[in-house]
Design a protein around this ligand. Sequence first.
Ligand code: SF4
Length: 347
Amino acid sequence: MRISVKDMADRHVAANQKHWSHDRLTTVGASEIFLCARRTAYAKAETPPDADHEDRYGARVRGDLIENHFWEPAIRGQKPEGVQFLFAGREQKTLVDGYLSATSDGLLVGVAPDALAHHGIPDLGSDVLVVECKSIDPRVSLKEAKSEHSGQTQVQMGLIRACTPYRPNFALISYADASFLDTITEFAVAFDPTVYSAAKARAGKIMLAEDPAELPPEGKIAGGGECKHCAFHRRCQGSLVASIPKESIPIGDNAMASLKALVEQHEAADATAEAAGKRREEIREQVRVLLRDLGTRKVAGDGFSISWFPVKGRKSLDRKAAERAGIDLSPFDREGDPTERLTITLN
Ligand code: SF4
């Protein structure tokens, strides 16, 4: 019988899924609220994932391991005397406000007002502090808290304010380096009620959408990075293609004026992007010249790093050579999913 630790680990994770007392299909969680709205709506509607989607559990399990076996015991065991650590570990609570929910990592109660003075915050304005556990790939450069984590933390603070007697004004996000757990980077986040109310409204919009496809494809709009990990990529793409009108018909003056205004804005955005792209390349060339002059390919500075190295060419199949050799590759051709193209030109 084949022995594979990877197989056993996969089965172990599948058989030991986290169980939530709260029905997560009825609300949008703090970790989901700032993801692509359409993606979250597909998930809430229990839409089956794309057939070829692979659910990578690695980052999720890594986060749980670090939180449960390192972060939470460290805080619980070492918090200053007189400070309580609530809503953490086994006492984690899911708080719900309308369609928005969050399971907090932890709340410190009884902290000194100057607990975050080393982050430039002389007075917390209360004796409570939200603490948020994150782990991070060491290749990621962290100059500030990631925007999705800041947003998630705002939701945590807002829900604690809305559902408990505590009024946190600040949170501390700690990022543990996934390779070297003793490297922990911390950022303080101040509560912003406008972010919380925007998140609440957004949760309602997502939960009340009749069809996820009526929500904007925010992942695609943001450049497609999120789409690479989205379980509904094919479905989303298919609905976009299916929504293309079949006909080409005359339109009225108002619609024509609206489209013309959008085309002009598109042209202006294109020009800005082109200028920014050119400037970026000029700067990159200056960096290359400087490295060449200095005779180094790697620099690690204060808050930045640069490396310059050759990359091997990609291997590709020479179809023409195969044909010349009498090999017919057409039985192995695969047609991709239909996609869409929008061409905008200003004459
Ligand atoms: S494929 Fe991209 S745009 Fe579509 S639902 Fe997924 S993340 Fe959103």
